[in-house]
Design a protein around this ligand. Structure first.
Ligand code: MG
Length: 168
């Protein structure tokens, strides 16, 4: 049985993962509107990843005798200036999510909940990947100055991304 405190904190995080899903959907739509279908695809795959994160926590909370409470999801930004700006925001957002996951882990340690610690380890590792993949694209965008042929080539590269649900 999970503690009330941890139950509440994981509920908050489910809401944040769903917000991430919503934010990336907003970014996908923006990218589509400026003709960057590859970037749109990249963000649509990210949407599925965020849903996967939320559902992983949903299942864990249910298994541990907790109750998932759906809350309102904040409205994400809808206006962006460029692909470069979108990726800057994305990288920033993933760093923020890493901070949230670390705080969740701190709480699991304080509550001495070993099952939660083991569960959250997956998210700690996942955030390393999330930050790295966003930083990678951001760096490429900076290299090409965020425009021209380089941008179209990067767009083509991102069109190939597919969602593969992790085994566990
Ligand atoms: Mg996430």
């Amino acid at each position: 049985m999970i503690s009330k405190k941890l139950e509440q904190a994981i509920n908050e995080q489910i809401n944040k993962e769903l917000f991430s899903e919503y934010l990336y959907l907003s970014m996908a739509s923006y990218c589509s509107s400026i003709g960057l279908d590859g970037f749109e695809n990249f963000f649509l795959v990210q949407v599925e990843e965020e849903r996967f994160h939320a559902m992983k926590m949903y299942k864990f909370l249910n298994e541990r005798g907790g109750r998932v409470i759906m809350k309102a999801i904040d409205q994400p930004e809808t206006q962006f200036e460029s692909a470069l700006q979108v990726l800057e925001k994305t990288y920033e957002h993933e760093q923020y999510v890493s901070k949230l996951i670390n705080e969740l882990m701190d709480l699991a340690i304080a509550e001495n909940d070993h099952a939660a610690k083991s569960f959250l380890n997956w998210f700690v590792d996942e955030q390393v990947e999330e930050e790295a993949s966003m930083e990678n694209i951001l760096n490429k965008l900076k290299l090409i100055g965020g425009e021209g042929n380089g941008l179209l080539m990067l767009d083509k590269e991102l069109a190939a991304r597919v969602f593969t649900p992790p085994v566990k």
